[in-house]
Design a protein. Structure first.
Length: 319
């Protein structure tokens, strides 16, 4: 009989410990649910940013295609620019000694080019091609990088189908404008290349997202060609993310440092990566964590008082 009060006290303490563990486990599940909800919210922001980036590039690609489809062979060999009605339309004659093609730009089209913030270029298929600027959306223009021009010249002698475009940047710098070229007439190799240029500020504005974090633009080989996260550890830990469509935590060590998403851009083979620092996800846990701590303290105090009361009223008198 003397062991009965001690056994009762042990059972009471075991019950209290079990309840405390249950509270801790419940708090962990609750905090994990809050964190997962925040991750899901950030993923929706990143998906929206990826969609906007894809729409940006696809819309420019579609614009260039529409201009190419509007080009027709011009056997008269007009001068470079002939204005029929300067206020409403302009005829542009492109090509070389091998042939000429004509494109009409209406006032509405030039307004759209200006609104889209793209510059229109033409590179003839010659031994020493000279870049012809057909339309400029801004006045602060830089010469076409030699590497880009050389790439266009090298590709010009090859036979490409109509669906093949050249997505180019200057690989020597991470703040290069974006260039998109397509053959003016896929039926004729000598037709040259029609292209658009997106300047660095406009490209940055199109890809930047306050809610999706830092971004990186990768080429088909996974090489970084444009980013606003040059000094970030994201650059060093990107290889941990799958090269195809992927979403998850990345970091140089066991503890992740960033939450990132990586997806392809259209048919170019290029990829876009958005990433947020892991520390930006933690503030959402502040109030839930405080609530869980206060609940745990309240449960501990309540159980202590309850155990003392039960021991005083029920166990000790029986001993």
């Amino acid at each position: 009989m003397k062991s009965t009060p001690q056994a009762a006290r042990k059972l009471l303490h075991l019950f209290a410990y079990g309840l405390i563990i249950a509270v801790l486990a419940g708090s962990f599940v609750y905090l994990r649910a809050v964190f997962n909800q925040e991750v899901s919210l950030r993923r929706s922001f990143m998906n929206e940013a990826v969609f906007n980036a894809q729409d940006f590039f696809v819309s420019r690609q579609t614009l260039l295609k529409s201009l190419v489809l509007a080009a027709v062979p011009d056997k008269t060999g007009h001068d470079s620019f002939i204005s029929v009605d300067p206020e409403e339309e302009m005829n542009i004659s492109l090509g070389s000694d091998a042939g000429h093609w004509s494109i009409w730009l209406t006032q509405r089209m030039t307004d759209y080019l200006h609104e889209s913030k793209v510059n229109l270029l033409y590179v003839p298929q010659t031994s020493n091609p000279q870049v012809v600027r057909l339309f400029n959306a801004s006045s602060n223009l830089q010469p076409l990088p030699k590497e880009v021009l050389q790439r266009v010249e090298d590709e010009g002698s090859q036979s490409y189908s109509f669906g093949d475009d050249l997505w180019l940047t200057d690989s020597r710098t991470l703040d290069s404008p974006f260039y998109l070229f397509t053959r003016l007439d896929n039926r004729t190799v000598s037709s040259g290349w029609l292209g658009i240029e997106v300047e660095v500020p406009d490209l940055t504005e199109a890809l930047r997202s306050e809610t999706a974090g830092d971004f990186m633009l990768l080429d088909a080989r996974g090489k970084i060609i444009f980013t606003n996260a040059v000094q970030s550890t994201l650059v060093d830990s990107l290889h941990r993310l799958e090269p195809k469509n992927a979403f998850g935590f990345i970091g140089p060590g066991w503890i992740p440092e960033s939450l990132a998403i990586r997806k392809k851009l259209g048919y170019s083979g290029w990829q876009i990566v958005y990433a947020v620092d892991i520390h930006s996800l933690l503030p959402v846990l502040a109030w839930p964590l405080l609530g869980c701590v206060l609940l745990w303290i309240a449960v501990c105090i309540g159980l202590r008082l309850l155990i003392k009361r039960i021991d005083r009223l029920l166990i000790s008198p029986g001993g």
